[in-house]
Design a protein around this ligand. Sequence first.
Ligand SMILES: O=P(O)(O)OC[C@H]1O[C@](O)(COP(=O)(O)O)[C@@H](O)[C@@H]1O
Length: 345
Amino acid sequence: MHPMSLHATAEALVAPGKGILAADESLPTMEKRLSRIGVESTEQVRRRYRDLLLSTPGLAEHVSGVILFDETIRQHDTSGTPFPQVLADAGIIPGIKVDAGTRPLAGFPDEVVTEGLDGLRLRLAEYAALGARFAKWRAVIRIGAALPTPGCIAANAHALARYAALAQEAGLVPIVEPEVLMDGNHSLPTCASVTATVLRTVYDELARHRVVLDATLLKPNMVLPGASSHETVDDDEIAARTLAVLRDTVPASVPGIVFLSGGQTPEQATARLDALNRRAPQPWQLSFSYGRALQAPVLDAWAGQEQNVEAAQQALLERAWLNGAARHGRYRTDMEGARRTTTGV
Ligand SMILES: O=P(O)(O)OC[C@H]1O[C@](O)(COP(=O)(O)O)[C@@H](O)[C@@H]1O
């Protein structure tokens, strides 16, 4: 086992000015992301793309950890170094997505449950041996006319707790991710009340399963109006509503909250993280674990072409730098596109 305690690892993942790069897209998600830029998703393409991300020089300045996918944790960079080692050498903590994705929840139309508990103890031991020091499991909750149901919330919270306990047993810090989706035309208060109910249920289950909270991180959605609701809400209101829900439901012993981006634009995700941090101090660090909001500009800049690798890495450094500023509540929109002049890089 790695000599750093689980609590120390959790704290290092939410170190000031830093956050997590979620690069753990499953095969179907990666196929979607690559087809947007007109690139076919093959194992070699995914390896090249992840190599670009993970070998970005200077990434550690604002990235504390990277979540990998099962395929990626077994792959190597072009010189033959395993990806978890590439990260560790750069001072970045390697992590791993361990859920097996969502499936329809039997008896609950339009609701899903995350699978992957069977055999998880053995898989976690293998991931730890491959160099992972933290893990992630995502539950998905949909808002609809009569959704989510208590049954769906309970099933997902139970799975998250079973996973988190197993991750800690294996010496990995569990990131607990109950995502309330932005899809739909629901209001901001509806998202707030659903998110609060989900988080309360999740923390009940974590306690029941004896999960040590100071060695966990929470990866929640921000409290937002539904994507098709046409409600305009400013970033400070989103921060206020999000913090009100979190303060009501997340114990203070949790070291950090690392938000998912969930379909927000990169600029929105950064501005809202900034608004949240302008309301610090809070009981926990307020950080990011963004997939799309960090990678969308990288994919656009890369477009699958070798000659664009450096420009793509610059795009990643730019977003990491902006989110690093947002970690301190020091982001301003005029910093967009200004990294080279400001940092002299
Ligand atoms: O392919 P999956 O397992 O559905 O994962 C979806 C993505 O959702 C996340 O949990 C959050 O990503 P976003 O910031 O893009 O919402 C990522 O960690 C993950 O890559």
